[in-house]
Write a protein that binds this ligand. Structure first.
Ligand SMILES: [Zn+2]
Length: 214
């Protein structure tokens, strides 16, 4: 989260700036310096610039099994923040045996897009199920219904969610409209499964009306 600001620490000092430029030129070349200096103007706010600040990707999640919250920026522009991704992995660990996944960050991007699309940018998302180890997936298949044999939860590419204040029907419709992967609807449990696998959909124990989505 702090990686960007660390580069420009001390850049406000006229005495240190030329030295920083030389170091950056040596490492990245003069083109990169021009970009970085322009960015530093934006970051410092000292001069106006037409460059926009990097978009920030923030997630606020509530894990419903452990009843824990997380509020974290995991990406700035195209730069992922490794320490934040690690925290999200741990947060979304298997809720039965504690196995920690290496989540596909595309899932986090999908959640950000989805929350924004339903009018809840930076709104908190309830997580019903994150990562599942193969053992947990097998256990759930034996003891409950609606659990796939080759679930993408085991690849850390899927997540089951609802968003407080958003009708789950609407959440499903919005997820389908994004065409970003699989969308499963579980109206009896009031959640939506989203993943970054192939574009497909299903509706678990749904009425014909629910399957049709109207
Ligand atoms: Zn799921």
């Amino acid at each position: 989260m702090q990686a960007g600001s660390a580069i420009f620490r001390g850049a406000k000092s006229p005495r240190t700036e030329p030295r920083i430029v030389k170091i950056i030129q040596k490492c990245l070349g003069s083109g990169a310096v021009a970009f970085l200096l322009a960015s530093s103007c934006v970051a410092g706010g000292a001069r106006t610039s037409s460059l926009r600040p990097l978009p920030v990707y923030r997630l606020r999640l509530y894990e419903t099994h452990r009843r824990q919250h997380i509020d974290i920026v995991y990406r700035r522009g195209n730069q992922y923040i490794p320490s934040a991704l690690a925290k999200l992995d741990y947060f979304l660990r298997d809720h039965l045996n504690g196995d920690v996944p290496g989540y596909n960050p595309g899932v986090f991007n999908l959640l950000v897009r989805l929350a924004a699309a339903v009018g809840k940018p930076n709104g908190e998302i309830d997580v019903i199920c994150g990562y599942r180890s193969p053992a947990t997936n097998h256990y759930l298949r034996v003891h409950s219904a609606g659990v796939a044999l080759h679930s993408l939860h085991m690849k850390a590419e899927a997540i089951d969610i609802r968003i407080p204040g958003v009708n789950t029907d609407s959440l499903r419709e919005t997820a389908l409209a994004l065409h970003r992967g699989g969308v499963g609807y579980y109206p009896h449990s009031n959640f939506v499964h989203v993943d970054v696998g192939g574009v497909r959909q299903w509706c678990f124990e749904c009425t014909a009306r629910q399957v049709a989505g109207n």
